[in-house]
Every structure is written in structure tokens, then in C-alpha cells.
Design a protein around this ligand. Structure first.
Ligand code: GAP
Length: 559
């Protein structure tokens, strides 16, 4: 099947057609109308192909099972392409192309009823893990700020990409300045034609009257207001070095070629920490890096054409592969956050930026990379920004950014490490890690319960006033704390399947014994085991299960 573009009354429309053999003749037949944009058309084509494959029963299931539980042996992790994930996300209500009604807009996405919950839970988990400690506080800066912030930060002058077009396949993309003349097209290997430098910051006008309005920018990173507000935050929160400031929020970049679903968007969210130290202070948390193994790919290995090597992060720092203790510590923290939420270690590695690819502010940068279906790609950056930003703001604002250290001496702190993670990239990682199929080929989204959009579904086994009254009481109670759904339509099997696909970890059933025994059953999504729990203990049991404080089969009487 193939896509064709047709012009009708000046408008362009995309159609899916297929070749049909009629005796000796091959003709073409229209299969479906695909909309007004090529991006939307490609997505719809994949949806149609997926549907047809399903009808023919040809799922490409890749078996890989790490669990010993009998029921889980029949559950397999499935590898998806990024486009297949996009289709799943649209079908289930995780993510839609933004404004699809009008053909969408490249690089912008809307999060649906499940996506918004997953994203919220992901950010909440990140915030609790990083910010609720003695040496961290958070802020929420504005998206548009005084444009001088961006002049001082170097974004107006130095935040540039080079736009290129492949001479062979016409693929439009961007490359870093250092890649000019070296980079080849990632689609066909062809040579690039240089279309010149461009600044990816979105520009807007602040003020209603054109003549008096101010040219301003939508922030391209959340980090900068942490630097601009640094003195206020440090004084008000009474922070003493070393300490960090975190921020989660939207960032905008006018990417020349947004692609690969959420991976490179024009509007996205970042979760960033600027960790400030007095130059040379050592990290007191290095014990935490011991025994933490990850694939390491430093500049030397890359230049020598060697493979990445598994290393203990503590050892990597001791041997000087990772130059600062703080860098090794923050990489450990971030890697552990993913592992604690159920990700597989073999899908992560860290890669050092080569000297010619570092950002304008960076002394040394490592990326935490993830093995996406399109290859190893940046998930999170860890830049050593030194005192570049505070020095710049000091010079531009003519105000001192120095603070007192413990000895009451004035110092200009250094950002020894800036862990900077894109919410949408983390969102993709959790979905890729969770996507599985059971023996019937049905999707089971094995998300960590803390991330799951819906924590539990409540079902009365049959429609009766008595059962429904119990269900409603349970719902009212659980909904005070979590997103819980009530599902009373279809067979129990169908209701389980619907919820497995949405990643709901627990299904609560009110059955014929519930009215007399005052208990219910809870079914676990991943093992399909069931336990009976007294209604009075239900909320506390669900809380412990979500927080991973109790094993499922120890939480009640096995059925
Ligand atoms: N403050 C440092 C900074 O912004 P970056 O490497 O440009 O550094 C940090 O971005 C992270 O933000 C990336 O590792 C990625 O997770 C996310 N990110 C950057 N550009 C993105 C885009 N266009 N779409 C989605 N996520 C993006």
C-alpha cells in the first residue's frame, strides 16, 4: 500500500491506495482518505496496516521473559517501533497529534486522558525523589521573561543549529556547527546542502501596541531562571553550599525537523536541577555510586572506534573516566530513578560529549542514553556548566551573584552538574519498557503502579443494586487519593483486558461473597493472581501495593 497526494480545488489531500491484480492487469484501488498532511497520512497508513496485520493474526512478538512467576511466563515484552508506539498512544488516549482535526502541527502533541495522568505521575515521582531532601529546593519560573536573561545566557548569540537538506533524498534536518562538512544524511547517507545557521528560540511580542512592544522569547530551557533568581532563592530558602535548585516545566524549541513522535518536539517539558558547589568541594555521597554498573562510552572510546564498556560508576570516577565525583553521583541518582521504576539496566548507557560537540556553556557533558528502537539516543544530559551562567548574569545585570560560604567568605558557586531530563523522552522510555503482550496477543502495559494512569478499576461482578452500592462506597473512598475507575460493562474478562491495556495494576471485584464476608478480590495485572481483602483494609492495602511496600501475595488471602 502506498500514499498518494492529490490536488483538489487548490487543496492537497492524501490517500492510501493499493495495487490490485485483475487477471493480467494490475490496477490501483483507493483504500482510505488519509487527511491533509503527510505526517498525519503516514500515521494513519501505519494504523490501517496494524489493523490489517491484527486481522491476519501476524503480531511480531519478541519473547523475552525475566520473571519466574508461572502466569508471567506467558507474558512477553514486545519490541515496537516508534511509529507503532505512536499509534498505540493515539488509540488508547495517551497522546494525539495536536489539533489533528485541522491536520495537526509538526512537533506539537496533546496528551489524552491516560497520557496526562502518566505524565503527571512521572513528574511527581521525579519531584519527590529529587527535591524532597535537605540540599534541594524547587521553583516554578515563567515561560516568558525579560529577554536580557537570554542575552546573558548566550542563547541569543550562541544557541544555533545549522539547517541542512540532503542533496539526494531532500530530508530536512539540523546538525551541530561542528558537524558541518562531516555529517551525512541519516536516512540515505547522502551529502547535505548547508542552508545556514538558525536560532531555534521562538520569538514573540510582549505588549498590545506594536510600537511599544518588546521582543521576547519562549524559554528554550527551564534552567535559566534558576540562575537569574539564584540569589533570591538561596537567601529565602537559606540554602548553604553545596545545594541544588530544581524546576519542572515547558520549554520550546523551533526544531527544524521535529521527528520520531515525542522524541524531538517543538513544545516539551524538562525536569532540571542546577547543583551548586564551591569550586573543588568533594561529593559526600560517593558510597551510593559503588556497585552501580552501566555501559560507559567516553570520548576516548568513541574516537578510537572502541565499544562501550560496562563499568562500576565509582570505579569509572576513581580511574578518571568520569572526571568529577559529583558527575558520577548525579548519573547514579538518575539511572537509579529509572531502574527503581522498573526499567531494564541493559537499555541504558552513558556517553561523554566529544570536545567539539559541547554546548557553549559546558566544560564536560555526559548523556544518559537509552536504546530506543531508532538506536542509542540522548535521554538526559549532565553538563558541568562551571560558573559560566552566574558570571554572565553578574556581568549583564551588574549585580553580584556571590554568596557567603560556611566560613563567611564570598564565593561564586559552580554548577558542577546539571541533570536535565525531557519529560516526554522519559514518558517514551516507560512506555517502551512496559509494553507487553499476553498469550492471546492482548496488550498488557506493565507500568510501575506509581506511574500507572489509573491505580485501580472497581467492578461489581454482576449488575445489582447491592453490589453496585458496595462498589460506589469503595470508589468514593479510594478516589480521595487516586485516579480510580468504575467499570461495569462487558464480561469480567473484557474488563480485565481493557484495564491491562491501560496499565491499571489492580482490579477490584465485588462478587457474590462480598456482601456477607465484607471483602473483595484484588487481581494483579502482571501475574493475574488474585487475593481476598477485607473492605475495611482495602485502602491501606492499595496504598502499600502502589508504594511497593508489600508483596502482592502477602497483601491478602490468595484465591
Ligand atoms: N539546560 C540544558 C539543556 O536544555 P539539552 O541537552 O538541550 O540541555 C536537555 O536538553 C534534555 O531536554 C534532553 O536530554 C532531552 O531529554 C530534552 N529535550 C531537548 N530537546 C528536546 C526536544 N526538542 N524534544 C523533546 N525533548 C527535548
Amino acid at each position: 500500500m502506498y500514499i498518494v497526494k492529490q490536488k483538489v480545488n487548490g487543496g492537497e489531500y492524501y490517500y492510501l491506495r493499493k495495487a490490485v491484480r485483475n487477471g493480467k492487469k494490475v490496477t490501483s484501488e483507493c483504500v482510505a482518505y488519509l487527511g491533509k498532511t503527510l505526517e498525519g497520512a503516514e500515521m494513519k497508513k501505519k494504523e490501517i496496516e496494524e489493523k490489517l496485520l491484527k486481522q491476519e493474526g501476524k503480531g511480531n512478538v519478541m519473547a523475552e521473559n525475566q520473571n519466574n512467576n508461572n502466569n508471567e511466563k506467558t507474558m512477553v515484552h514486545k519490541s515496537l517501533t516508534i511509529d507503532e508506539l505512536a499509534i498505540f498512544c493515539k488509540r488508547k488516549g495517551f497522546v494525539y497529534p495536536s489539533g489533528e482535526l485541522y491536520g495537526g502541527l509538526g512537533g506539537f502533541w496533546d496528551f489524552g486522558h491516560l497520557g496526562v495522568e502518566l505524565k503527571k505521575n512521572l513528574k511527581e515521582s521525579w519531584w519527590k525523589y529529587h527535591v524532597y531532601r535537605d540540599d534541594l529546593v524547587g521553583i516554578d519560573g515563567s515561560i516568558i521573561t525579560n529577554p536580557k536573561v537570554w542575552e546573558a545566557s548566550g542563547h541569543v548569540g550562541s544557541f544555533v543549529d545549522v539547517a541542512v537538506v540532503c542533496k539526494k533524498c531532500k530530508n530536512k534536518t539540523k546538525i551541530d556547527k561542528h558537524e558541518v562538512g562531516k555529517a551525512k544524511c541519516d536516512k540515505c547517507g547522502g551529502e547535505f546542502e548547508n542552508k545556514g545557521e538558525f536560532n531555534p528560540m521562538f520569538v514573540t511580542q510582549v505588549g498590545p501596541v506594536k510600537d511599544d512592544s518588546v521582543k521576547a522569547y519562549l524559554r528554550p530551557e527551564t534552567a535559566q531562571l534558576i540562575f537569574a533568581d539564584f540569589k533570591l532563592i538561596q537567601e529565602n530558602a537559606r540554602m548553604q553550599l553545596p545545594f541544588g535548585i530544581a524546576q519542572v516545566g515547558k520549554s520550546f524549541r523551533n526544531e527544524i525537523s521535529p521527528r520520531e513522535f515525542l522524541f524531538r518536539s517543538r513544545e516539551f517539558e524538562q525536569m532540571e536541577i542546577e547543583y551548586f558547589i564551591e569550586g573543588g568541594t568533594s561529593c559526600p555521597y560517593m558510597e551510593e555510586t559503588k556497585g552501580v554498573n552501566i555501559l560507559v562510552y567516553d570520548e576516548h572510546m568513541q574516537k578510537a572506534g572502541k565499544e562501550a564498556q560496562f563499568m562500576d560508576l565509582h570505579e569509572a570516577w576513581k580511574k578518571g573516566v568520569i572526571k568529577t565525583d559529583w558527575h558520577a553521583y548525579w548519573i547514579t541518582q538518575e539511572y537509579n530513578w529509572f531502574l527503581n521504576l522498573g526499567c531494564r539496566a541493559e537499555n541504558f548507557r552513558i556517553r561523554q560529549h566529544c570536545s567539539d560537540e559541547k554546548s557553549h556553556y559546558a566544560i564536560d557533558t555526559w548523556d544518559l542514553e537509552y536504546k530506543f528502537p531508532m538506536g542509542w539516543r540522548e535521554l538526559q544530559g549532565f553538563a558541568n556548566r562551571g560558573n559560566f551562567d552566574l558570571t554572565q548574569h553578574q556581568n549583564y545585570s551588574k549585580q553580584s551573584m556571590e554568596i557567603m560560604n560556611k566560613e563567611q567568605k564570598k564565593v561564586l558557586p559552580h554548577v558542577v552538574c546539571e541533570p536535565s531530563l525531557g519529560v516526554e523522552r522519559a514518558f517514551l522510555v516507560f512506555l517502551f519498557e512496559a509494553y507487553s503482550q499476553n498469550e492471546k496477543g492482548e496488550v498488557v502495559l506493565k507500568l510501575n503502579p506509581k506511574l500507572a494512569p489509573i491505580k485501580a478499576a472497581v467492578f461489581p461482578i454482576v449488575k445489582s443494586e447491592e453490589y453496585e452500592a458496595i462498589a460506589e462506597k469503595i470508589l468514593k473512598d479510594l478516589r480521595k487519593d487516586w485516579n480510580i475507575i468504575y467499570d461495569k460493562s462487558g464480561s469480567i474478562g473484557r474488563r480485565y483486558a481493557r484495564n491491562d491495556e491501560a496499565g491499571t495494576p489492580y482490579c477490584i471485584t465485588i462478587d457474590d461473597k462480598s456482601p456477607s464476608q465484607k471483602d473483595i478480590t484484588i487481581r494483579d495485572r502482571d501475574t493475574r493472581e488474585q487475593i481476598r481483602v477485607k473492605i475495611i483494609d482495602l485502602k491501606e492495602t492499595i496504598r502499600k501495593l502502589i508504594n511497593g511496600e508489600i508483596e502482592f501475595l502477602h497483601a491478602g488471602k490468595r484465591v
